[in-house]
Design a protein. Structure first.
Length: 194
């Protein structure tokens, strides 16, 4: 979870990926909805975000504007990449769209435990989430090779993004998507089975 820009924008203006430089570009992000400030595009208003507090507490010349949905966010980022338009917005990964348009994350002040405890005073990045694998003690002690597979299993956000794209965009069944990914990543899978 965080703030992202289209790849073309990060390539053309590499310093835009550091929050300290965002005010320098605020005018480029102005829209009719942002009231003379740069627009920070969020998705559905029901998404839990710290963005309004971040804009205020980091003293950024931006206004949070809601696209209305995840689909609207995706369409906006897709169009921005295609047409070289200025967009900065809330997004997250893993997410299938990242395999189509690899958005570039903006570095916000480092997250530290508790920095987001007071929703009105948040001035740090979102926490990083890791994949947790949970099994029963009985299964772990069973000696089953299936446990070794679960224990050794790991994959990246990019791995998850592509499988999710196979399902969401290419309309593959989860089984077909898994099979396609396994066939393309045999070395990774073989390492899980050792």
């Amino acid at each position: 979870i965080g703030w992202y820009v289209p790849p073309w924008l990060a390539k053309a203006h590499p310093d835009i990926t550091d929050w300290k430089n965002l005010n320098k570009y605020a005018a480029k992000f102005k829209t009719s909805e942002s009231g003379g400030k740069g627009q920070l595009l969020d998705g559905d208003p029901s998404f839990v975000t710290n963005d309004e507090a971040l804009v205020k507490n980091l003293d950024l010349d931006y206004k949070v504007v809601y696209a209305g949905s995840e689909t609207a966010l995706i369409q906006t980022f897709r169009k921005a990449e295609k047409n070289k338009e200025w967009v900065i917005g809330y997004f997250y990964e893993p997410q299938w769209f990242m395999s189509e348009v690899p958005l570039v994350k903006v570095k916000l002040p480092d997250y530290k435990a508790g920095c987001d405890a007071d929703a009105e005073k948040v001035a740090c990045d979102y926490p990083v989430y890791t994949l947790d694998k949970i099994v029963s003690k009985k299964f772990a002690d069973s000696g089953s090779p299936a446990y070794d597979l679960v224990k050794n299993f790991s994959w990246t956000n990019d791995d998850q993004n592509i499988v999710a794209k196979y399902i969401a965009v290419d309309k593959m069944t989860p089984e077909a998507a898994a099979k396609k990914w396994v066939e393309a990543n045999r070395l990774k899978v073989d390492a899980w089975l050792k």
